[in-house]
Design a protein around this ligand. Structure first.
Ligand code: ADP
Ligand code: MG
Length: 706
């Protein structure tokens, strides 16, 4: 849903208003919020009061009870209370002063260090009792804290203890304090928010009331209230989603196959001529797809398969069968780079075979004239296979006889797009490819309107990726290893969590790392960086140069495209691997091991904590995405919310498909009960819910985006 925000200012009926807050009121109606602040909020998609209260914290700062020095664990943010022992030491250089103090309790002594804060020497009095709070690091075998927050006297800490301070997603100019202040205003105004959940559902599933939930999600009193609040909001979000999905499903089931096809001998010959034999799973899924295309009903199918399982060839077969039957087929990729990559492989397949088909590329960045000519060839039916980005479904593209739409990796097709494409003709067949490992029970809920095929087998010819989990002491060796690989003709990816250096976080960043590596690698090796702050064309250019082998080492954030296929790349090194979710690390690893060469994945951990080791060990021991996702969840447990990225799957605002699988199942059950009671969500009971679902549908043009 990100980026597809379409505000909807439906006025609520006067009679419904009562003493309730006008939800669609603009932010500027809040005291102290001027035009400027409102504009900043608009940048993050917040325009109305309703948007505001649903702008949830991305995390919370929790001030937990101090631990004894002996209980400190590397990598964790912890607090310690103790007495400043001996004198505070000054060191470093005039440019970078270093202040060191030692904090003592009954169990040991903790070293604490601050940079560029010489005045601390006067504030930290020997013998005084203070509390410090910060991330525990390890240097040369010794635990210490760098730049901890100081509470002096230590009673100051007691006041903050166990509170949870919200940390909001921010944008330039919009600080956390401002968001907190405006949020307080919105929540503390005397008026109340309307409950959209039917009372019976709320009671049956033991869900918190909406006003409680909103207050506690932003300013939790304690953990227990926070979890209750979150559960309620996640439930509401999933329920809305499932209801919206069922609503659209009504329109998609049981459509007749408007483009009946028949088997083609040429296609069997083409399959025979591939440089490899299809795996058993590929063959089975291809039969399912072919069955749909030649069957009596229109196809709506999801093909799920782990990275590298070979989904692209299935899309190609479906497109070719469509073309050979005299129709057109389109393949839509989430980015230009992926679109061009697919286009290139389609062209290669066509060159090497003698199939009488023509392919065409259509992307947003093409020049107007080029586009116009392409449109013409599409409209005339001269080309049968069209590969591209979202441009494929823009109004100007008129198809001659579009019978199949395949979407790769990211986009899920809403009914609206389908209708737009069908124009006056029939609904096209839809095939959705995804590498996201979702258990079948959840997939049935999330993709209720799709049939599901699973490619559960990797090509046998593939050499398994060799994994290792190491700490930063191994970095030099890893660099030497990459150098060897490059000398042997291969290419490497290095992933860093950040774009630039940051004061707040101790983690590797792309900018500095690329410099460092370039220095290390010498004059013959081309190192380049790639991150989300670069312009799209720039990113495409770099990705393509890497694809052509002109760049040997790519230092990147996780913007590196899911789905990118550079079989010559054999090393994936991830810095600060502890900062990523396992599912994400698995996706990253899927960028290597795609060709004939032995590939390697190096997870560089900046933390030595036991938990981190345990998590990364899962990746080390398995290459199976489904297994990894479920183990990750077991380890994290549903209660652990802080610090670790959620999977971000399907862009839910607060719910997480993996973490909140239980709530998703309950919400789906509730949706079933509601629809059974009232298929149209009619009646007083469901009035508000119905309005809510409608608004959700009208806003989320792409609500089915993975
Ligand atoms: P994904 O499922 O991640 O999209 P791709 O379709 O990109 O995977 O396939 C990954 C690589 O495996 C490609 O280079 C492709 O040519 C190759 N491949 C696909 N099917 C087979 C097979 N049956 N045997 C060997 N290699 C295959
Ligand atoms: Mg793919």
């Amino acid at each position: 849903m990100a980026g597809t925000f379409v505000p909807c200012y439906r006025k609520l009926g006067q009679e419904k208003k009562g003493n309730c807050m006008e939800e669609q009121a603009k932010l500027t109606e809040l005291k102290g919020v001027g035009k400027k602040t409102a504009e900043l909020f608009a940048r993050v998609g917040v325009e109305t009061l309703e948007d505001l209260v649903h702008y949830y914290p991305r995390s919370y700062e929790v001030y937990e009870a101090p631990v004894p020095v002996a209980g400190l664990e590397e990598g964790k943010v912890q607090a310690v209370t103790g007495v400043v022992a001996g004198n505070v030491k000054m060191g470093g250089s005039p440019r970078l002063s270093v202040t060191t103090a030692w904090l003592k309790d009954e169990t040991g002594t903790l070293k604490t260090v601050w940079f560029r804060m010489p005045f601390l020497r006067n504030t930290l009095r020997p013998g005084s009792r203070i509390t410090v709070r910060g991330r525990v690091a390890e240097r040369k075998g010794e635990l210490l804290m760098e730049h901890p927050e100081i509470f002096q006297p230590s009673e100051q800490y007691a006041e903050k203890m166990d509170t949870m301070q919200p940390l909001y997603p921010l944008t330039a100019g919009l600080g956390n304090k401002t968001v907190m202040k405006v949020m307080r205003q919105a929540l503390e105004s005397r008026q109340l928010w309307q409950e959209i959940l039917p009372e019976s559902i709320r009671r049956k599933y033991g869900l918190a009331e909406i006003n409680f939930a909103l207050r506690q999600i932003h300013f939790p009193k304690n953990r227990e209230d926070f979890f209750r609040a979150r559960e309620r909001l996640v439930f509401e979000e999933f329920l809305t989603f499932v209801l919206a999905l069922r609503k659209t499903k009504e329109h998609t089931v049981r459509e007749k196959n408007g483009y009946p096809m028949e088997n083609k001998k040429e296609l069997d010959a083409f399959t025979e001529s591939l440089p490899y034999e299809l795996t058993g799973a590929q063959k089975r899924v291809w039969e399912e797809i072919r069955g749909d295309l030649t069957g009596s009903l229109v196809m709506s199918r999801l093909v799920q398969g782990d990275v590298g399982s070979g989904k692209t060839i299935l899309a190609v077969l479906a497109l070719f069968l469509t073309g050979l039957n005299g129709y057109q087929g389109a393949l839509m990729a989430p980015t230009e780079v992926l679109a061009r990559q697919h286009y290139a492989s389609v062209c290669r397949f066509l060159e090497e075979s003698s199939l009488p088909l023509r392919a065409e590329l259509l992307t947003g960045s093409m020049k107007a004239k080029e586009k116009r000519e392409t449109y013409e060839r599409i409209a005339s039916g001269e080309v049968q296979i069209i590969v591209g980005t979202h441009a494929l479904i823009q109004e100007k593209a008129v198809y001659h006889s579009l019978a199949l739409v395949v979407t790769d990796e990211q986009h899920r097709f809403g009914v609206k797009q389908r209708e737009a494409l069908a124009g006056k003709g029939s609904m096209p067949h839809v095939l959705v490819m995804s590498a996201t490992p979702i258990p079948r029970t959840l997939a049935i809920i999330l993709y209720g309107d799709l049939d599901i095929s699973v490619v559960d087998e990797l090509p046998a010819s593939r050499l398994p990726i060799k994994n290792c989990v190491v700490d930063t002491g191994y970095r030099k060796t890893a660099c030497r290893f990459m150098k060897q690989q490059v000398k042997a003709g291969r290419q490497c990816y290095v992933i860093c969590p950040m774009v630039e250096e940051s004061e707040a976080l101790e983690a590797e960043n792309v900018t500095d790392y690329a410099w460092m590596l370039a220095e290390e690698m010498g004059p013959d090796i081309c190192v380049r960086e790639l991150h989300g702050r670069m312009k799209q064309e720039q990113k495409d250019e770099i990705m393509e140069a890497f694809g052509r082998g002109e760049i040997q080492i790519l230092v990147s954030t996780t913007v590196i495209e899911v789905g990118i296929d550079v079989p010559n790349a054999t090393v994936m090194m991830v810095e600060n691997a502890e900062r990523f979710g396992l599912a994400q690390l698995h996706q990253l690893r899927g960028r290597v091991g795609r060709g004939q060469y032995q590939s390697y994945c190096i997870f560089m951990s900046g933390s030595r904590s036991k938990e981190t080791k345990k998590r990364l060990e899962i990746l080390n021991s398995s290459n199976d995405g489904f297994y990894i996702a479920s183990e990750d969840l077991k380890l994290r447990g549903p209660g652990d919310l802080f610090g670790i990225r959620q999977s971000g799957l399907m862009n839910f605002k607060i719910g997480d498909v993996f973490q909140d699988a239980g709530i998703l199942q309950k919400a789906a059950a509730a949706a079933g009960e509601i629809l059974e009671d009232s298929p149209e969500l009619a009646g007083k009971n469901y009035q508000k819910l119905e309005t809510h679902v409608e608004r959700y549908l009208s806003r989320s043009v792409d609500f089915l985006t993975l």
